[in-house]
Write a protein that binds this ligand. Structure first.
Ligand code: 6R9
Length: 653
């Protein structure tokens, strides 16, 4: 067995200093780290003053009953007021809040004044439907402005929302409606995906036939596609009919800082989905601060675009609450990146002059696969900061992103966080940090995180282990909805007094943090714990490879052996000798211990609906097992294609 928690095999020596013009005018300087280190709670109390409070808090953190935190507990605020009304009151009513781009090419822009009117009407509409503070509302929508309006209307009346990703099945929706005991569902007839209208309402109807969903009394339906949908009189209500007749002014009520803001379900690896609960004041403080700090947002001039779906936490925190609390102008795009052509995203960047872009490694690697010539056709010079989230970004994908999207000018910020953490936790700052491609590097000011070994002891620089958060933070999850025990067991039992949510990481020679993937995916090879991320990054650093997924397969000699699935870059051919070349390349980059035993070129990899690689299924393939649960897979045909390729895959020593 291994005596190291996780091996550190990769060295990356490229460095990128912050551009002088970003550094000179940065929202946050190195002084913030010092201020937060000297007085962490004072630092967060200061950040809370970014918000408008009906009753400003005098308390910062109540940690008397860990791990159940209360932040700013005696303060009162309205989250929707902070995201909308206060910007209008400050004279910015004419500023665009949302540039909406529909997939078919329709577009409209919504100013803060218009957002205020629409959120106010929607809040009255919810009240007319009997929604009261504390009632849960399920939202099952495409990526359209009404989704954001619906979330803000819920926040305005104090009704926690539970947004369910629009491509989830009726079953998944029913389970989530039942767990949260939602009383109202907000949906649409459908939305546009991949060039065609895709229905949503029928899944709601089906979900509501389940006994667990019996308490739902109203379904509010936005008309987006105009397609024919089934209708239940007395239960179903058109959004436009109900909202149009409401007053356009609404007085927001202030709620306690710990009032629940939303529940968001994460699937977890086993068992029923976990309803992650976030509350109001601490959450909004951290998402507002991190959006300001990590993207260096200048609300008067920047155009921000987060490409995530609003159904994921990234959409909650960096489409809705972070940007809007900061009075930002942002883009909301309904569709897929390749509809009607592979350059659609870059066309949108050009059209709106996007300055700050936030996306996921999976999208970046897909663009690498499609080829450099596609972004090269568009004017991307407006961009000034690029962000990444969702998975470790391989150094080569980071470099590609900076070079082909950022014109070799822009800082790239690799932001590590989770549904559970609510907001960004570990990330470089664009005007401060000398960036290392592929590393999230440093906990943000006010965040305490480190890497520990099996015993919970901090590892020395140059070693790997488990990523833990060692002090409470404002946007931390408060519990798992209805299941405090599961909250304790899942996050707080592995290491005494520390939060742990499953990621492996290492500290490099400078003490900077590199994320190494989920610890469940770590491979044990001849006594070494090897991270999937490092082997994948080594493969992606080969000029012919765009994307790689690596798993450990049971092996009689070495406990596990490394099995890699790779996608070739645009233009690269699967030539004779490529597999041997790749194996030699990994051995050179990481050492012979990390050399994959098998490498299989594939066209697609299995991904969750939020774009994360599902290594579990590849492990089933590598071990010739029946596939496990495939319900969270975006496209189940992918697995058939991979299995069809298998017999030719072996490349034994
Ligand atoms: C925001 C989000 C959380 C998991 C997390 C980790 C992975 C996210 C990452 C990253 C390496 C990054 N992850 N950002 N890994 N570097 N910058 O993605 O939330 O969907 O809950 O996923 O995603 O494994 O634990 P969520």
């Amino acid at each position: 067995m291994s005596n190291e928690s996780l091996a550190n095999l990769m060295t990356e020596t490229r460095r990128f200093a912050p551009p002088a013009e970003v550094a000179a005018d940065a929202n946050i300087t190195a002084a913030a780290y010092e201020a937060a280190a000297t007085d962490r709670l004072g630092f967060w109390a200061e950040q809370a003053r970014r918000l408008s409070w009906a009753t400003p808090p005098t308390e910062t953190l109540d940690w008397s009953n860990p791990p159940f935190a209360k932040w700013f507990a005696d303060g009162r605020l309205n989250v929707s007021y902070n995201c909308v009304d206060r910007h209008v009151e400050a004279g910015h009513g004419d500023r665009v809040a949302i540039h909406f781009e529909g997939e078919p090419g329709d577009s409209r822009s919504l100013t803060y004044a218009e957002l205020q009117r629409d959120v106010s009407r929607a809040a009255h509409a919810l009240t007319e439907l009997g929604v009261k503070a504390g009632d849960r509302v399920a939202i099952y929508m495409p990526m359209i402005p009404e989704t954001v309006i619906a979330m803000l209307a819920c926040a305005r009346v104090g009704a926690p929302h539970s947004v369910v990703f629009g491509a989830f099945s009726a079953d998944a929706l029913a389970t989530r409606i039942e767990d949260a005991d939602a009383r109202v569902v907000i949906t649409a007839d459908g939305g546009y995906r991949r060039g065609a209208p895709s229905a949503l309402k029928p899944a709601v109807d089906e979900a509501l036939t389940r006994p667990g969903a019996a308490n739902v009394r109203s379904v509010l339906v936005v008309r987006r596609t105009g397609q024919d949908i089934p209708w239940t009189e007395g239960r179903d209500v058109w959004w436009h009919e109900l909202t149009e007749r409401q007053p356009s002014e609404h007085t927001p009520e202030a709620f306690e800082a710990e009032h629940p803001l939303f529940i968001l379900y994460t699937s977890g690896t086993t068992g029923k989905p976990k309803g992650i609960l976030h509350t109001s004041g601490g959450y909004l403080t951290q998402v507002s601060f991190t959006h300001h700090a990590v993207f260096d947002l200048k609300p008067e001039t920047d155009v921000f675009w987060c490409t995530a779906d609003v159904g994921w936490v990234t959409g909650h925190s960096y489409i809705v609450y972070g940007p809007l609390s900061n009075g930002a102008t942002e883009v909301l795009y309904e569709g897929t990146p390749n509809t009607p052509h592979n350059g659609r995203w870059w066309e949108i960047v050009q059209k709106y002059g996007v300055t700050l872009l936030y996306t996921a490694p999976t999208a970046i690697r897909t663009c690498m696969k499609w080829g450099d010539d596609i972004p090269a056709k568009f004017n991307l010079t407006s961009l000034r900061v690029l962000g990444s989230v969702g998975e470790p970004i391989n150094p080569e994908a980071w470099i590609w992103y900076r070079k082909h999207i950022g014109g070799d000018r822009t800082p790239v910020v690799d932001t590590w966080w989770q549904t559970e953490t609510g907001g960004v936790m570990i990330s470089p700052l664009p005007g401060v940090t000398e960036a290392k491609p592929g590393a999230a590097q440093v906990p943000l000011p006010g965040i305490s995180a480190t890497v520990v070994d099996d015993n919970g002891t901090e590892v020395p620089n140059g070693s790997g282990g488990y990523l833990t958060v060692t002090e409470p933070w404002p946007s931390m999850l408060r519990t798992i909805w209805g299941d405090d025990q599961r909250f304790l067991d899942t996050y707080w039992s592995r290491f005494e007094g520390k939060y742990f949510a499953g990621d492996g990481a290492k500290k490099d020679a400078d003490g900077d943090i590199w994320l190494l993937g989920r610890v469940d995916d770590v491979m044990l090879v001849s006594g070494h714990n090897i991270s999937t991320t490092e082997v994948e990054s080594a493969l992606v650093s080969h000029p012919k490879i765009a994307e790689a997924a690596v798993v450990g397969a049971t092996d009689p000699q070495t406990t596990q052996s490394i099995c890699a699935f790779v996608i070739l870059r645009g233009g690269a051919a699967e030539e004779e000798g490529l597999i041997d070349e790749l194996r030699a390349h990994v051995a050179k980059e990481l050492g012979p211990i990390a050399k994959p035993k098998r490498i299989l070129p594939v066209d697609e990899l299995p991904k969750t609906r939020s774009g994360k690689i599902m290594r579990r299924l590849l492990r089933d393939v590598a071990e010739n097992r029946q596939l496990g649960d495939v319900t969270t897979l975006t496209d189940s045909a992918v697995m058939d294609l991979i299995q069809a390729k298998l017999p030719t895959a072996a490349s034994e020593d």
